[in-house]
Every structure is written in C-alpha cells, then in structure tokens.
Design a protein around this ligand. Structure first.
Ligand SMILES: [Zn+2]
Length: 339
C-alpha cells in the first residue's frame, strides 16, 4: 500500500513538472505548434466527474448544454474506483479542466495529491464528502463473526458510497449546480431550471422508496457480498446484515459468517439474498445451502460504482438504476407466502 502511494506521488510529481514546462513553453494555447499536450481549439468549459452517478447528475443539470461544455467521466470502462490509478492522460484531463467534481473519499486520495501539485490553480473543485459534512457516515463494523481488529489505525473511515442515498443526491446536486453557475454565469437560469426539474424527480423517487419500504412485510436486507448501501438503508431505517464491511477487498467469507447469515435467513424468513454487481454468487449459494428451506432467491443490487463508456450510458441513468434497486428491495422484503 505504501509503495503504491509512493508510486502515485512520483507520477503526480512528474506530471506536474511536465505541465510546468508546458506552461512555461507556451504562452497560451495559440502559437503552440510544437506542443501537443492540449488540443489548441478548445475553449469550451471542461468538466470532469469521477464516478458515474456524479457524471449523470451533471449531465442532467447541463440539460441541453447551452455552453457546449465538455463533460468527462473519469472512472469509465468498468474501472473499479477502489483500485483506480490515474494514468498520465487522466492527470492531464483533471489538470486542464475548469470544474472537477469528485467524491473525496478514500478512493480519491490521488485527487487530493494531484490538486495540491497542480500548476493550474484555477481549477474549480467540488469535494462531495466535504459538501456532505457531518452527514457522512462512518463505515460500520458489520456484526458478523468476522473479527476485524485493526489495532494500528483507529481513525474513522467514512463510507464513500455517498450517492446511494437520494437525499444525499439532493444536497450534492445543489452544490454541483452552484459550482456550475459560478463556472458559467451566462447560463445560470437554464441550470437552475434543469436542477429544479431534476430535484423533483429525486424527491419523487425518495417518496416512492419511503412508501414501498414502509408498506413492506419485512424490514431486513441481507447481503452475501460487500456492502456499499449503508446510506440507503440508513435513509429508510432498514435493518441489514452483510458478509463484508463497505467495499472490503476480501472475497472469502469465514464459515462462522456463512452460518451466522444462514441463521438470520431462517430466523427472519427472508426470501432473498442480495449480491452486488460483479459478484460470482458463491457466498450467496453457500448461505442458501445452509438455510432450512434452501429455496431463497439471489437478487442483484447495482451500486453504480462502475460504468461502461463515457457518454455511452444514455439509457442507464442514476434514476433508472435507483428505481431498479427499489424493485429489487421490494422483492427482497416480500415473503414467498405473500405472493
Ligand atoms: Zn465501493
């Protein structure tokens, strides 16, 4: 881990030096025949978002995109944010943008380093965990038999999957819209209007979540997987069990954890085990094999951490995935006898 951090710092430093040389060599973007780092014709507003939900929020607030802003999704092509290493091209994208919006959690430490080194101090930034302030939740120690006694570090880790709450989304989009207005004051009215419209969609879906969960027979979700949905279960007071804390890098659950979760399934008559995208389903199957009825379903929740390609996701939106997640939750909270 330390070696990785060190390597990152070296890359950042080298890129910063390169950028400094580039800035010194070329007065502006014109008259720059021998420099190829920045395409010469681009004066449009450049916005970079790290994760897909944030990218999609910006896309909605931009709407018809009156300024012709260039919006880039940094964690694209299936990149796992938890193991993201910026390439030189990623560093260039961030260093040359006008507005950089990032989560600001553990996975974005590289961004903090980069912003400190950045030659271009004009980059407007939005650190979303800072926006969230004390609404950020500490990653919890899941109550399974897994004993994780981290004796070295006692500093609290905040859960960085902050987009998995429609209520957070409201507060975060508000800050994004404000930053967009500052970056492009000419189109303030349009951004305000788009945000108003999107805000209603967020609160409508929040109300639907609230009602569905209130009316559900059951009140517990059980994840045979990693557990990035802490903000979501907190919003609606759902009980939850999971094989791992947050997005722990572990993939093997202990025998004790399996039995603990299987017993919870029996005790609470849960009809389904949940997994997140990318799961091989092994832990889920093992848990089900250890229950009394052995007939539970395995359902998938999408944590929106990974995305395919930049701009390639017109049909898959933050709202569409959150709606699908609600349908899944509804199924997981309905006993088989109720069907
Ligand atoms: Zn995660």
């Amino acid at each position: 881990m330390n070696r990785k951090v060190f390597a990152n710092k070296i890359i950042l430093l080298l890129t910063a030096v390169l950028l400094a040389l580039f800035a010194a060599g070329c007065s502006r973007r014109d008259n720059c025949g021998e420099c190829t780092l920045v395409p010469p014709e681009e004066n449009s507003l450049k916005i970079v978002a790290t994760v897909f939900p944030v990218y999609d929020w910006v896309r909605n607030i931009l709407g018809s995109n009156p300024a012709g802003a260039e919006l880039t999704l940094l964690y694209d092509n299936g990149v796992d944010p938890h193991s993201f290493q910026p390439t030189a091209s990623d560093i260039m994208k961030v260093s040359s943008c006008d507005l950089f919006i990032y989560v600001g959690g553990e996975s974005d430490e590289w961004a903090e380093d980069l912003l400190q080194e950045a030659v271009n101090q004009d980059i407007r930034t939005v650190n979303l965990m800072q926006v969230l302030g004390d609404r950020a939740i500490e990653e919890e120690q899941i109550q399974t038999a897994e004993e994780k006694k981290n004796t070295e570090e006692e500093e609290p880790e905040y859960d960085e999957h902050i987009w998995l709450s429609l209520r957070n989304a409201d507060a975060l989009c508000d800050a994004i819209e404000e930053a967009l207005q500052e970056a492009d004051p000419a189109h303030t009215d349009i951004y305000k209007e788009n945000w108003k419209e999107y805000k209603t969609k967020l609160s409508d879906l929040d109300a639907e979540y609230q009602q569905t969960i209130q009316e559900a027979e059951l009140n517990t979700l059980l994840f045979a997987d990693r557990f990035p949905f802490l903000y979501l279960v907190n919003d609606y007071g759902l009980d939850h069990y999971a094989a791992f804390n947050g997005c722990s890098a572990e993939t093997e659950a202990s025998f004790e954890t399996i039995i603990f979760l299987a017993e919870k399934m029996n005790e609470l008559h849960l009809p389904a085990v949940l997994v997140i995208e990318g799961s091989d389903g092994k832990i889920a199957k093992t848990i089900i094999r250890n229950t009394d009825t052995k007939d539970q379903k395995v359902l998938l929740m999408d944590s929106l951490q990974t995305a395919s390609k930049d701009g390639d996701d017109q049909d898959r939106t933050y709202l569409s995935v959150m709606k699908e997640n609600l349908d899944t939750i509804k199924e997981a909270l309905t006993t088989n006898s109720g069907e």
